[in-house]
Design a protein around this ligand. Structure first.
Ligand SMILES: [Zn+2]
Length: 320
């Protein structure tokens, strides 16, 4: 008896499933797939609208509508880098583009900041946590120039970036030490890569010095000890800065005491993800920064970070 009842229930369930599947199929076919498309839209629009609302709320919270200072907006993309300069006269430069799933976050931030085109984009080095969404950025917003290193990669992510550069006819400039340009009152100078071959992509990172009035920012990319030693040998006179984008997500192999003694930043920005697999930022780095009384701003704790310069002083605001 029990066995027969089970069989009947199983047969009933099968018929019910077939009926539902049939109904869904009729719906999908009868509307040329629009039913399935609209289901997809419902799910994707729910996901992106909540994150773009959150992104817009962060920007509104951190950047006053009447801001007329230089803005550096550090986008919380987790354990990856992406930040954008917006000058008082409306020029913009993006440094790196996070991982491949950060495209919406980055594009939503640019949009919330009122950036409709980028004068320049810097791809510090070809690792996926720096150029992951670069193709999406290049394909979705007009870009004046892309600055990159001649350290190449064979990854799909890198090839997608090259395709996007070609398809959108974006001028690409290979940067080495000493390369400098001006944008909206900021003087940018590359201190790395040095004119020699590096064994790995991190040490070939574009390290960018940004000077605005008497304030200075240094962006290390993922440069490690090898590149740091070269920069200290050749550019220590230029490296006394106010804001340091700490190298390699706060890894112990990207910050040395000698480097901090020369750079003496007041603010250190660390791009890292909560509970990341690498243990970034490493305790040694955080300890060195703390011992020097440097204010540490971390994306895993502060989320988005806005740094302002009026040309003489730096201030900041953080989303968390
Ligand atoms: Zn990295």
């Amino acid at each position: 008896m029990a066995g027969r009842r089970k069989k009947k229930t199983a047969a009933g369930a099968l018929i019910a499933i077939l009926c539902i599947a049939g109904l869904l199929l009729m719906f999908a076919l009868g509307t040329d797939g629009t039913f399935l498309d609209s289901l997809g839209e419902i799910f994707s629009s729910t996901a992106s609208s909540s994150s773009s609302a959150e992104t817009a709320a962060n920007v509104a919270k951190l950047v006053p509508p009447d801001n007329d200072d230089l803005l550096l907006y550090v986008i919380d993309t987790g354990n990856s880098d992406s930040m954008v300069f917006l000058t008082p006269d409306g020029h913009s430069l993006l440094i790196d583009a996070g991982e491949s799933d950060d495209a919406d976050r980055i594009l939503d931030t640019l949009s919330a900041l009122g950036i409709e085109s980028l004068d320049a984009v810097v791809a510090t080095h070809p690792h996926a946590d720096h150029i992951g969404s670069m193709a999406a950025v290049l394909n979705n917003i007009p870009v004046g120039t892309i600055y990159m290193t001649d350290f190449t990669a064979t990854t799909k992510t890198y090839e997608k970036m090259l395709d996007a550069i070609e398809e959108n006819s974006i001028p690409a400039v290979n940067v080495t030490e000493g390369y400098a340009f001006n944008l909206g009152g900021i003087r940018f100078t590359a201190l790395n890569p040095q004119n020699r071959e590096y064994s790995d992509a991190n040490n070939s990172s574009i390290v960018l010095l940004a000077e605005y009035g008497s304030t200075k920012f240094l962006f290390e990319g993922d440069a490690e000890e090898e590149a740091i030693a070269d920069m200290l040998a050749n550019y220590s006179g230029l490296m006394d800065v106010d804001v340091l984008k700490v190298g390699h997500h706060g890894s112990h192999n990207a910050t040395t005491q000698e480097f901090l003694n020369v750079t003496t930043p007041s603010f250190a920005i660390i791009n890292c993800g909560e509970g990341n697999d690498y243990g970034h930022p490493h305790k040694e780095t955080v300890d060195m920064l703390n011992a020097m009384g440097i204010t540490i701003l971390r994306t895993d704790q502060n989320s988005d970070i806005a740094v302002f310069s009026d040309g003489t002083a730096i201030r900041y605001a953080a989303a968390a």
